[in-house]
Design a protein around this ligand. Structure first.
Ligand SMILES: *Cc1c(COP(=O)(O)O)cnc(C)c1O
Length: 395
């Protein structure tokens, strides 16, 4: 059996998205900045896509800036808020410890430039507490940036409440909604969001294209210099085919949120139940306030990498927050932030299911993970020490 369970990393393009892309690769390849009709048709496609995308998140078309993806949108949002803040002498930013690296690394850079960043803890369930956030707001706070939903442990933050607090204190609120857009209902007005980042390849669109929503009245700073595309806020010839496909993918995804999320929630909870039967295991993140697609577990006494390789042999594509897979020495900053110790965080497994996951697929995953975990524990020295009582179980 072949099972793709890594939808948080990227998703398969939908048929509709691929079809929406083709005309702009084949016939209508004009540059949208050109004045002749071929160019103008491309320009039209971009503006139609902008309107569709805006509608999907309750925004106005003029509030959408196309980018190369989520990372660029995050960077532009944060750099823009920082620049606006600095003009008013406001150099304090509030974020949290489980943000995506696109956010965290941008914040690190700003800290080197003299900004002060408060990183809120997320506690064991991986969720920011709005009352704690409010306490950190100061007169010089220029930005709050808290993600909508986490890419590793799937926790969904109380975005609306956070937005309301920011509004009350007149602080800009940005949310990295890359994991949420197309999967959860998002409305920038109801949710009190000033800036929002999204990426097409996380909702069955193509890679290398995304967008930034910027509320009317807020002037973004462009991080890519050049021509006057995107009303001067993002230079570079537009990714016409990608933008058209992104709009098609998002429209399709948003139209099916209730149906898909209901289906996935049932599958997710069955997967959680099945994996919970493995001794000395624990679910990471909140059991309820999490993305319908996300399951993330720690298994004591094993290495995430070995688990992934053996699951791959069984046809399952999954992911881990352990060190080698992330290309750094430390295990996932998200797992450490929710209080998992290094050894336990190393034995993590993220399974992110999708629309084409079936009941049989869930059973197959449960069986495969049980088998592989017990196999790996069979020759793990760490597990031997735990079993002999030489070291103590944490989970
Ligand atoms: C994937 C992801 C990003 C990065 O998006 P790209 O389009 O790959 O640059 C940012 N934030 C979150 C939460 C993500 O899941």
């Amino acid at each position: 059996m072949k099972i793709y369970a890594d939808n948080a990393a990227t998703t398969k393009m939908s048929k509709r998205a691929i079809e929406a892309m083709l005309p702009y690769l084949e016939d209508c390849y004009g540059n949208p900045s050109s004045l002749y009709s071929e160019g103008q048709r491309a320009k039209e496609a971009i503006e139609n896509a902008r309107a569709v995308i805006a509608r999907c998140i309750g925004a106005a078309a003029k509030e959408i800036i196309f980018t190369s993806g989520g990372s660029e949108a995050d960077t532009q949002a944060i750099v823009s808020a920082a620049a606006l803040g600095k003009k008013k002498g406001k150099t304090h930013i509030i974020s949290d410890t489980i943000e995506h690296h696109a956010v965290l690394h941008t914040l690190k850079k700003l800290e080197k430039e003299g900004f002060e960043v408060t990183y809120l803890p997320v506690h064991e369930n991986g969720i920011v507490r709005p009352e704690e956030l409010e306490k950190e707001i100061r007169d010089d706070t220029c930005l709050v940036t808290v993600m909508f939903a986490n890419n590793e442990i799937g926790t969904v933050q109380p975005v609306r409440e956070i937005g309301e607090i920011c509004k009350k204190h007149n602080v800009l609120f940005h949310t990295d909604a890359v994991q949420a857009v197309g999967h959860l209902h998002v409305d920038v007005n109801a949710d009190n969001i000033d800036m929002l980042s999204a990426s097409a390849h996380k909702f069955h669109g193509p890679k290398g294209v995304g967008f930034l929503y910027v509320r009317k009245g807020i002037r973004p700073v462009n991080i890519i210099e050049g021509g006057a595309q995107e009303r001067g806020f993002r230079a570079g010839t537009e990714n016409v085919a990608g933008i058209a496909a992104m709009a098609a993918a998002l429209e399709e995804a948003c139209g099916r949120i209730p149906e898909v999320s209901a289906k996935l929630t049932v599958l997710r909870d069955r997967l959680i139940k099945g994996l919970s039967e493995i001794p000395h295991s624990a679910l990471n993140g909140d059991p309820v306030k999490r993305l319908p697609s996300n399951v993330n577990f720690c298994f004591e006494g094993i290495e995430g990498e070995s688990l992934l390789l053996l699951l791959d042999d069984k046809g399952i594509s999954a992911s881990s927050g352990s060190a080698c897979t992330s290309g750094s020495l430390d295990p996932s900053h998200v797992l450490l932030a929710i209080g998992r110790v290094h050894d336990v965080a190393h034995g993590s497994l993220r399974l992110t299911i999708g629309e084409d996951t079936t009941d049989d697929g869930i059973d197959y995953i449960i069986g495969a993970v049980k088998e592989v975990v017990s196999y790996l524990r069979g020759f793990s020295p760490v597990w031997r020490d735990l079993m002999s009582g030489k070291s103590k179980f944490i989970l």
